[in-house]
Design a protein around this ligand. Structure first.
Ligand code: PAF
Length: 292
């Protein structure tokens, strides 16, 4: 076992920016690499898989838990967002996390805070259209976390595909010294992508929520069978979604995996992006599909 790890066998819980900086700079001086898993808490198997990837790739692992008010619109579910700190800490401990960073909103955003980091074109569609201001909040908090911790690698889930592309762009454009690692979506056995918001679903809504993966799979199968018309792929997916009375389609798009531009016909790799409302809960999902 590494000497630094023997000295810090207990998981640290850090709440201030200064203490977090001291921890990460101290390790970096010793040549210890750090992997960061940024989260808003309500941890699930998807987060566990990001922590596992960070453990494998880096010497030390930090998880941040911060329900970031800046990425929720005034009418969105900030107050309703699930919070389960005690359980999150248990999950982190059992997953071998070295430090959990739980900053306070007052320190992250003091009264005189007025900077927003903004990625332009990539954020103006899909999630950015449905949730105005959302990505400004995400890119600002991610920039802050990466500046405070300066991890060698930061781990994000593919479930938030647009977010992952936006964060990759941000890291590149701002010359941040952190490699962005995107890991595959973790799903329930029936295909539902794990999400902290799934816990809001009633039993009836939970059943209907399988339609996201069913619709995405339908799109993938059509493409694999040779369909190249995006209009036809979208029509088939939309039919499945409309057949679920409690589900309301927000957007559905077939896009280029890098530019996120919508494509009209399928060539090479595309991403099927989907967002729906199920009652009061908004869920997103996606699949990367390669036309052969
Ligand atoms: O994906 C999330 O949980 C959040 O958007 C993130 C990246 C932790 C920023 O608050």
């Amino acid at each position: 076992m590494d000497a630094w790890r023997r000295l810090s066998a207990l998981m640290r819980r850090i709440q201030t920016v200064n203490a977090m900086r001291t921890w990460s700079r101290g390790l970096q001086r010793k040549g210890v690499t750090i992997g960061l898993v940024p989260t808003m808490g309500a941890l699930h198997e998807g987060h566990r898989s990001l922590i596992r990837a960070a453990r494998l790739a880096c010497d030390a692992v930090a998880v941040s838990i911060f329900v970031n008010p800046l990425q929720f619109g005034p009418l969105e579910d900030f107050d309703r967002y699930p919070r389960s700190l005690a359980q999150d800490l248990r999950i982190c401990r059992s997953a071998g996390v070295d430090t959990v960073f739980i900053p306070r909103a007052q320190e992250m955003y003091p009264a005189d805070f007025e900077t927003v980091v903004s990625v332009q074109r990539l954020t103006r569609r899909y999630e950015g259209l449905s949730r105005p201001g959302h990505f400004g909040g995400v890119t600002t908090v991610v920039t802050k976390l990466l500046n405070i911790i300066r991890p060698d690698k930061a781990f994000f889930g593919q479930k938030d595909y647009q977010q992952a592309v936006v964060v990759e762009r941000l890291a590149k454009d701002l010359d941040l010294d952190t490699e962005i690692v995107v890991r595959p979506t973790v799903r329930e056995p029936d295909g539902l992508a794990l999400s902290s918001r799934n816990r809001h679903l009633s039993p009836e809504e939970r059943k209907a929520a399988t339609v996201l993966y069913r619709a995405l799979s339908e799109g993938r199968e059509l493409i694999r069978a040779g369909e190249r018309s995006v209009r036809k792929v979208e029509a088939a997916m939309t039919r499945l979604i409309r057949a679920e009375p409690v589900v309301r389609l927000d957007y559905l798009a077939v896009v280029d995996p890098i530019t996120l531009d919508e494509v009209r016909s399928v060539r090479g790799r595309v991403v099927l992006l989907l967002a729906v409302w199920i009652g009061e809960t908004r869920l997103i999902d996606n699949l990367i599909v390669t036309a052969r």
